[in-house]
Ligand binder design. Structure first.
Ligand SMILES: Cc1cc2nc3c(=O)[nH]c(=O)nc-3n(C[C@H](O)[C@H](O)[C@H](O)COP(=O)(O)O)c2cc1C
Length: 303
C-alpha cells in the first residue's frame, strides 16, 4: 500500500506551481467527495463488506505482480525470472528515444514472458469465457447484480462520465419486450401467440450507452466505455459462475423498442445480455473443450 502512495507523491512533487495549485483544489474537492462518500457509506453496510472483500482480493497477491507489491509480499513466484528481467530491461532501452530503431518490423517475441494465463485466475477467466446460448432458469438476484456492477464500474472511462447503465428485464417484462420487437418489425401474430425470443433467458439486462456532451470526449469514446462495461459484465458473470450471451438484432433502436426502455434521444441501446445458469451438460462439454484460442499475433503489431 505504502509503495503506491509513495509513487503518487513522487509524481506530484515534479509538477509546476500552477499544477500544484490545481492539485490543491482537486484535493479539496476530493476531500469533500470523500466526506460525502463517508456519509453514504454509513447507510450502506453491503458496500463496506464488499470493499473489504475487494481489498482482500488485491492483497492475496493473486491479481498480478503489482498487487503483490501492494501487499508488500516478496513471493518468489511473483518475481520475473532473472532472464525475464534482463529481457525486460533490454526491451525498455530498445524503446528509449536514444536507441530507437527504424528498421524494426513487427513485435519482438524472443523475450520470455512471466505471464501465465492458466495459473492466473483473472487471465484464466478472461481466456475461457464463452457465450452460453441455452441457459438454465436460475439467475443472479438483484443484489448479486449490484455487486457485479460494482466490480464492472472500474471500466476505463474518459473523464469519468459514466455513460452507461443497465436495465433489468425479468418475468412479464420479457413479454412486453417481445411485443415491442414485433411492433418494430411489423410482425402480426395470431391471437395467443407471442414473440418468444426474449424468453430465451429468465433475465435480460439491456445495456444503454448514455453519452453526454463533452468537448474532450466524443460520443464514440463514450460508446466504447459502454461496450467495455458490457464485456466486463459478461466476464464478471462468467467468473461468478453464470452464463450469458450478448444479443442485439437490427430492431434494438427502433422507436417501439426505445420507447419501452424509456431511452433519451441521445441514448443508444447496445443490446441485451441474456443471463442464466450454465447447464450441467454444457459445463461438462466446456471442461473437455479443446477449442483453441485464436492466434494472438494477428491482434498485435508495431508502427
Ligand atoms: C454487441 C454485440 C451484439 C451481439 N449480438 C448478437 C446477436 O444478436 N445474435 C447472436 O447470435 N450473437 C450476437 N453476438 C455475439 C455473441 O454474443 C457471441 O459473442 C458469439 O456467439 C461468439 O461466442 P463467444 O462469445 O463464446 O465467442 C453479439 C455480440 C456483441 C458484442
Amino acid at each position: 500500500m505504502s509503495k503506491h502512495t509513495d509513487s503518487t507523491e513522487h509524481r506530484g512533487s515534479k509538477k509546476s506551481d500552477c499544477s500544484s495549485k490545481k492539485a490543491d483544489k482537486s484535493k479539496k474537492a476530493d476531500k469533500s467527495k470523500k466526506a460525502d462518500k463517508k456519509k453514504h457509506r454509513k447507510n450502506d453496510g453491503a458496500g463496506e463488506v464488499s470493499r473489504g472483500r475487494v481489498r482482500a482480493h488485491f492483497l492475496d497477491g493473486e491479481t498480478g505482480p503489482w498487487a503483490k507489491k501492494l501487499a508488500g509480499e516478496s513471493s518468489e513466484s511473483a518475481e520475473p525470472t532473472s532472464e525475464a528481467s534482463e529481457a525486460a530491461t533490454n526491451g525498455a532501452s530498445a524503446q528509449s528515444p536514444q536507441v530507437r530503431r527504424t528498421d524494426r518490423q513487427g513485435p519482438d517475441y524472443t523475450a520470455p514472458t512471466s505471464i501465465d494465463i492458466v495459473a492466473d485466475p483473472v487471465l484464466h477467466a478472461i481466456s475461457t469465457r464463452r457465450s452460453i446460448s441455452k441457459l438454465g432458469p436460475e439467475t443472479p438476484n438483484d443484489s448479486d447484480l449490484r455487486e457485479l456492477i460494482r466490480a464492472v464500474s472500474s471500466v476505463a472511462d474518459h473523464k469519468g462520465l459514466k455513460p452507461w447503465r443497465f436495465i433489468i428485464i425479468r418475468g412479464d417484462d420479457r413479454i412486453r419486450l417481445g411485443e415491442a420487437l414485433d411492433e418494430a418489425g411489423d410482425v402480426h401474430r395470431k391471437a395467443g401467440e407471442i414473440n418468444e425470443k426474449p424468453l430465451r433467458a429468465e433475465l435480460l439486462l439491456a445495456l444503454v450507452a448514455s453519452p453526454v456532451d463533452n468537448p474532450k470526449v466524443p460520443a464514440w469514446e463514450q460508446h466504447a466505455t459502454a461496450a467495455g462495461a458490457g464485456h466486463l459484465l459478461e466476464l464478471a458473470l462468467w467468473q461468478a459462475g453464470w452464463g450469458a450471451m450478448w444479443r442485439s438484432g437490427t430492431l434494438a433502436n427502433e422507436p417501439a423498442v426505445r420507447r419501452l426502455h424509456r431511452l433519451k434521444e441521445s441514448e443508444l441501446l447496445m443490446g441485451w445480455l441474456y443471463i442464466g445458469a450454465v447447464p450441467e451438460r454444457y459445463r461438462q462439454r466446456l471442461a473437455h473443450s479443446t477449442r483453441p484460442l485464436p492466434d494472438p499475433e494477428q491482434f498485435l503489431d508495431t508502427l
